[in-house]
Design a protein around this ligand. Structure first.
Ligand code: NAI
Length: 345
């Protein structure tokens, strides 16, 4: 039996994992608590720790997990900015789910954009109150507008296809552009200057942290719409608020927030909100926030559960080898992940 402890597990995680789990192979413990240095002791006497986007897997937590004999950290998500993969190297193997539904996230990005620019959220509230006035609900056509896509990986490319379906002009920036992809790549500066809408689909790395800052916003077109379904810290939230107040940013559609860890995924209604920055964001009429729900479709949940369990089984059946390992063997996650044909360490 492979013993797995799940941190930060919600009702929908438990349902999707129980649906596909072979009870003769896996013994699972689902915990509500997030993984932190305070809760890491709950991982004792397990083989695998399964974590999500807001669990903390830093050097101190990794030391404890190593001490407790944890063999594998299995992320049930794609992004891994919350795991110190470099520190885990030669101690504990780390696997993730590289793709579970790029459509889920790209479609949510478009849903946010349409909701925002066609004022659907406002119209919904009005008509439920029998207010059928159209005053203040004027939007704009997406047809013919220029969208700048930052990051042309799996999600970015699906979002590009959706935008092309709307008759939009697409320009893109990627640090590692794809050859022959029929994508018009431009510099980041050019993207900031030319886009009516900017959508972020790159990972959070030291390189990309606060890539949307004062300097970037000052280059943007007046009225630009910013969509972030990637990671909150790609945007400097204070700079975003300033950009909104200066009327440069016409709207912000945010599924992620840089300080989301202790807030998102929880019911905080009826509580006093300590985070003044989030409160200010939510008070803006042109900001829409969803709480990291872009991934949340039935198809994505099924894929997350089955890939996570097959990653774990592959690791134990194949002497520590798994195609979805996040490897630091060559000191470069991207190239190593793509080229490695052997176990990481
Ligand atoms: P991917 O790995 O397929 O694509 C990421 C792209 O970003 C690659 O083309 C890469 O070359 C590019 N990139 C890397 N560094 C860059 C830089 N400095 N500047 C510009 N581009 C850079 O990843 P995928 O699956 O498309 O996911 C994108 C992001 O979406 C993830 O990193 C994750 O943070 C986020 N995500 C959010 C979810 C949500 O529920 N809101 C769910 C799943 C992913």
């Amino acid at each position: 039996m492979i013993k797995i402890v799940f941190f930060d597990s919600k009702e929908y995680d438990i349902a999707s994992f129980l649906k596909v789990m072979d009870k003769n192979t896996f013994e699972c413990k689902f915990l509500e608590a997030k993984l932190t240095l305070d809760t890491v002791d709950l991982a004792k006497e397990n083989d695998v720790v399964c974590v999500f986007v807001n669990d903390t897997v830093d050097d101190k937590v990794i030391d404890k997990l190593y001490e407790y004999g944890i063999k594998l950290i299995a992320l049930r998500c794609a992004g891994y900015n919350n795991v110190d993969v470099r520190y885990a190297f030669r101690k504990i193997h780390v696997v993730h789910v590289p793709a579970y539904s790029p459509y889920a996230v790209a479609e949510h990005a478009m849903a946010l954009l349409l909701t925002s620019i066609r004022r659907i959220h406002k119209a919904y509230n009005r008509t439920r109150d029998f207010n059928f006035s159209l005053t203040g609900l004027a939007g704009f056509d997406l047809y013919g507008k220029t969208v700048g896509v930052i990051g042309t990986g799996k999600i970015g490319r699906v979002f590009i296809d959706i935008c092309k379906g709307f008759g939009m002009n697409v320009i893109a920036y990627d640090k590692f552009p794809i050859a022959d992809a029929n994508i018009e790549y431009v510099t980041l500066d050019e993207l900031f200057r030319k886009s009516d809408i900017i959508s972020l689909h790159c990972p959070l790395t030291p390189d990309t942290k606060h890539m949307i800052n004062n300097n970037a916003i000052n280059k943007m077109k007046k009225g630009v719409v910013i969509i972030n379904t990637s990671r909150g810290a790609l945007i400097d939230t204070e700079a975003l608020l300033e950009g909104i107040k200066d009327r440069i940013i016409g709207a912000a559609c945010l599924d992620v927030y840089e300080e989301e860890a202790d807030i998102f995924f929880e019911d905080k209604s009826g509580h006093i909100m300590d985070d003044d920055t989030l409160s200010r964001l939510l008070s803006m009429p042109n900001v829409i926030v969803t709480s990291h729900q872009a991934f949340l479709t039935n198809e994505a949940l099924d894929n997350i559960a089955s890939t996570t369990l097959s990653n774990i089984k592959s690791y134990f059946d194949n002497d520590g080898m798994c195609d979805n390992e996040l490897c630091y063997h060559c000191g470069n996650i991207e190239s190593c992940k793509k080229n490695r044909k052997q176990r990481c360490f």
